[in-house]
Ligand binder design. Structure first.
Ligand code: NDP
Ligand code: GDR
Length: 358
């Protein structure tokens, strides 16, 4: 049975990220007091949630950010103790797959051991029966294709240090649920995007570049593997699924996905189409190019520096369990998501340019 959130306390790690921002909005709307953990940075890193932050001197604040880091257990224990959350959403991670090949040890520390630290914080503070736990697990766990489409019972085969670290987090959650009776659930989320997506993930990299090319500020877009296929949904809809998982009587693991898969190349074509440009693909492999049909100008090239040592070729999720048990379904089709992102990036890029030339 679904419980209403009003008056409950939530703690979100990774609150400054894409999902942290959408989840903050959702939980505040539902009447939660929301605590979030942000990292100390030499520059401002709260751009996605600034509109939610109130003056710390105001009484009655329902949105409270704490400095913290998934690599510091003392800090995590203290924040959990101070906030006494009914629900923890563990979204913090070094979340970039390619970067994880360059920083594998840090990725394991933040993503794998960080999850363990948080679960242990709950146990150390005796909150096992009070605090429900959501873990941001991922379709990257499926890695090398074992079954199509991928569902909760599909075997895992991680293909990156990121996925291997998330595999540890997944099983730590299952183990703490079974060992200590904790209400701890894994959301196995397939790729979800939005105008708030980090600029180095492929969809946002594409929509930003398409906007900059349209506005005349960039010549070309360089990409890696154009053949990769992903199941892309809208982040705003996926954070609702996270919340639903913690409102169930029993903890469990759920796939959230659209059930449709699309090639990177087709996302590029659709993004250009949104600006009135039609792309023709010429050549093969590293020599493949995306050419503007009208002008013959080369707008897209392959740069092998974006290839990964091991790639995940095909992801397509089966969200049947989430539909049947949570009543969750995606609403936004990938083409509409792509259009929304391009339209927003046309505004964002123009605004950045104005700010830089003022
Ligand atoms: P983002 O990369 O946008 O956000 C990650 C967040 O984690 C940021 O707030 C970041 O802080 C924070 N963070 C990173 N390292 C640490 C650390 N050591 N200590 C504390 N905070 C840290 O990711 P998304 O919002 O897209 O994803 C949320 C979660 O869901 C991640 O765990 C990701 O791996 C997982 N996931 C995402 C999917 C997707 O398609 N988006 C799909 C499946 C899983 P800062 O802002 O300072 O960098
Ligand atoms: P992914 O997302 O690795 O699926 O992880 P990303 O957008 O980085 O890559 C998707 C696919 O596009 C290919 N690709 C490129 N990727 C990037 N970043 N940059 C490029 O230039 C480029 N060219 C082609 C990639 O090779 C890949 O096949 C995301 C993250 O949010 C994870 O945290 C999350 O767990 C998974 O989604 C589900």
């Amino acid at each position: 049975m679904a419980k209403e959130g009003n008056g409950k306390v939530a703690l979100i790690t990774g609150v400054t990220g894409q999902d942290g921002a959408y989840l903050s909005e959702l939980l505040l709307e539902k009447g939660y007091v929301v605590h979030g953990i942000k990292r100390r940075s030499s520059s401002f890193n709260t751009g996605r949630v600034d509109h939610l932050i109130k003056d710390p001197h105001e009484a009655e604040r329902r949105y409270i950010l704490h400095y913290g880091d998934m690599t510091d257990s003392t800090n995590l224990i203290r924040i959990v103790q101070q906030s006494q959350p009914d629900e923890i959403y563990n979204l913090a991670a070094q979340s970039h797959v390619q970067v994880s090949f360059e920083t594998p040890e840090y990725t394991a520390n933040a993503d794998a051991i960080g999850t363990l630290r948080l679960l242990e914080a709950i146990r150390i503070l005796g909150l096992e029966q009070k605090t429900r736990f959501y873990q941001a697990s991922t379709s990257e766990l499926y890695g090398k294709v074992q079954e199509i489409p991928q569902k909760e019972t599909t075997p895992f085969y991680p293909r990156s240090p990121y996925a291997a670290a998330k595999l540890y987090g997944f099983w730590a959650v299952v183990n703490y649920r079974e060992a200590y009776g904790m209400h701890a659930s894994n959301g196995i989320l397939f790729n979800h995007e939005s105008p708030l997506r980090g600029e180095t993930f492929v969809t946002r990299k594409i929509t930003r570049a398409v906007a900059a090319i349209k506005l005349g500020y960039q010549d070309k877009l360089y990409l890696g593997n154009l053949d990769a296929k992903r199941d892309w949904g809208h982040a705003r809809e996926y954070v609702r699924g996270m919340w639903l998982m913690l409102q169930q009587d029993e903890p469990d693991d759920y796939v959230l996905a659209t059930g449709e898969t699309t090639m990177v190349r087709d996302f590029v074509s659709a993004a250009f189409e949104e600006t009135g440009v039609s792309i023709e693909w010429q050549g093969e492999g590293v020599d493949e190019k995306g050419v503007d049909k009208a002008t013959g100008r080369v707008l897209v090239e392959v740069d092998p520096r974006y290839f990964r040592p091991t790639e995940v070729d095909l992801l397509i999720g089966d969200p049947t369990k989430a539909k049947e048990k949570l009543g969750w379904t995606h609403e936004t089709a990938w083409r509409d998501l792509c259009s929304e992102m391009v339209r927003k990036d046309l505004e964002v890029v123009a605004e950045e340019r104005r700010a830089n030339t003022d």
